[in-house]
Design a protein. Structure first.
Length: 138
């Protein structure tokens, strides 16, 4: 994806998602911990902290790195086996969206592949312009 000066930066998008997660109160702040990870890229943070979930960690980190480059994606929050990612430059074209939806399926996240099993075209269409992605594994 081409980088442009238009729109929010990846850091601004990440801050916005984090503020939204805090405002909803879905995850009580008393249960949250701020973790600073000595990583040059947010896509490397999961491996560096030794995060464990049912996720295929090497594949997931590779996907996150690719999404960081292409879409300005940033890992924003982890809650148990739940991952929240901000997206500064979401895909808009059909080809890019379909490829991304396939990559989301490859993540093996339970909310994408079986909770509920959303038809692929519907899932891909829902990714157009979306500035946050969530994944969780059971």
């Amino acid at each position: 994806m081409p980088l442009t000066s238009e729109g929010p930066t990846p850091q601004e998008t990440a801050a916005s998602l984090l503020a939204g997660l805090i405002e909803t109160g879905r995850f009580g702040l008393d249960e949250c911990r701020l973790v600073l990870v000595p990583a040059q890229r947010s896509s490397d943070a999961l491996a560096l902290i030794g995060w464990s979930a049912e996720a295929p960690l090497p594949l997931l980190c590779a996907l996150l790195r690719s999404w960081e480059d292409r879409f300005g994606a940033q890992v924003v929050a982890l809650f148990g086996s739940e991952l929240h990612v901000s997206v500064a430059r979401p895909p808009v074209g059909a080809e890019a969206v379909n490829l991304l939806a396939l990559e989301h399926v490859l993540s093996t996240a339970g909310n994408i592949v079986d909770d509920p099993p959303t038809p692929f075209p519907d899932y891909a269409a829902d990714l157009v312009g979306r500035t946050s992605w969530s994944f969780w594994w059971d």
